[in-house]
Design a binder for this molecule. Structure first.
Ligand SMILES: [Zn+2]
Length: 341
């Protein structure tokens, strides 16, 4: 099948450099120490300085690149404001450090900040106990459960410095940058209250992780909120984004290349989740299964312990969606949750 998306730029800028992708909008590319090996940050011309959207992963290596960028990409001009799309460590990672460097305020939604502080404050013991209870009920067997519970508070480990108390952004807010209005749209499902910024004047969308060109954003149910239904939240908020925006919008995602084809991409992502839901319902029709039993249906590759956590979150997410829409029922047996259609 041919890719319905069009990519106007075939190459990311070098780390520390910038590339202008729309008037006053510049692309920065930072490495990540994961399989997902990079993140895009967006630098908006703002008076005699910059507004920055997202900040990169918290590591010494990222800070080295930032120091190069201060001269190269930023041209020695200051960051006046830092907008963090959502709480994930590759987005919020350097917000605290950059805020200190430039005495710049950080802007986030209330929902993202609440989850950031809640996750950051939890003790290793608390996280371990929550994981053991939550993933155990969803069928993760002994050794894997020990590995998951033994990870402790990995969020705080990879995000040692929190930004200062942010200023709050909410749905519909207008952020004025260099006289232009960027409208705040909220994405849900991947994160509780994810900021997407849309410049109506020339249809430019900074989409963060809410809309990515090649991969489907991870949707997870967290131990803290076990009945959550992020699949419905994600697909509903994606359709709202699609319906609010022009088909020809230039989408600036946090991972992958900028693209045109928002409507096609949203439709593909919604189709993908519908197929996953159908496959999950089919599996529940054969016999009652746990979220752990569902993994090989949803994921064709073998999973290590880090991937297992995300995969379990995604598996529970699809079962919770089926449950919320009345397509499956749930029974508890011997301390485990079984779903049947
Ligand atoms: Zn994310």
């Amino acid at each position: 099948m041919t890719d319905p998306l069009r990519y106007p730029f075939d190459q990311a800028p070098e780390p520390g450099q910038r590339r202008e992708v729309a008037p006053g909008v510049h692309w920065l590319n930072f490495p990540l120490p994961f399989a997902l090996d990079h993140i895009n940050l967006w630098l908006l011309e703002d008076g005699d300085g910059w507004t920055l959207v997202d900040t990169g992963f918290s590591s010494r290596h990222t800070q080295e690149i930032w120091r190069t960028a201060f001269q190269d990409a930023l041209g020695g001009r200051p960051i006046h404001r830092i907008i963090v799309t959502h709480y994930h460590p590759d987005h919020i990672g350097q917000a605290g450090w950059l805020a200190r460097q430039f005495q710049a305020p950080v802007w986030m939604t209330r929902g993202e900040w609440a989850l950031t502080t809640q996750l950051h404050a939890a003790s290793d013991q608390e996280i371990g106990d929550n994981f053991r209870a939550f993933f155990g009920r969803h069928g993760v067997p002994g050794d894997d459960l020990d590995a998951l519970a033994g990870r402790g508070n990995t969020f705080r480990k990879i995000l040692p410095e929190l930004p200062p108390q942010p200023e709050t952004l909410a749905a519909g807010d207008a952020v004025t940058v260099n006289g232009d209005t960027w409208r705040v749209h909220i994405g849900r499902g991947h994160a509780p209250e994810h900021i997407c910024l849309y410049r109506e004047r020339d249809q430019v969308l900074i989409s963060g992780d809410q809309v990515l060109p090649k991969i489907s954003s991870n949707l997870t149910v967290r131990a803290l909120d076990p009945e959550d239904d992020p699949v419905t939240a994600f697909t509903d908020s994606l359709r709202a984004l699609r319906d609010a925006m022009d088909e020809d919008t230039l989408v600036l995602p946090a991972h992958g290349l900028p693209f045109h084809g928002l409507h096609a991409r949203v439709n593909d992502l919604c189709d993908h989740h519908r197929e996953q839901l159908d496959a999950a319902e089919d599996a529940c029709r054969q016999q009652p299964i746990t979220a752990h039993d569902l993994l090989p249906v949803l994921f064709k590759r073998k999973l290590d312990s880090h991937q297992l956590m995300f995969a379990m979150g995604e598996s529970i997410a699809h079962l919770n969606c089926l449950l919320a829409t009345g397509r499956v029922t749930r029974q508890e047996r011997d301390g485990r949750l079984y779903f049947s259609a």
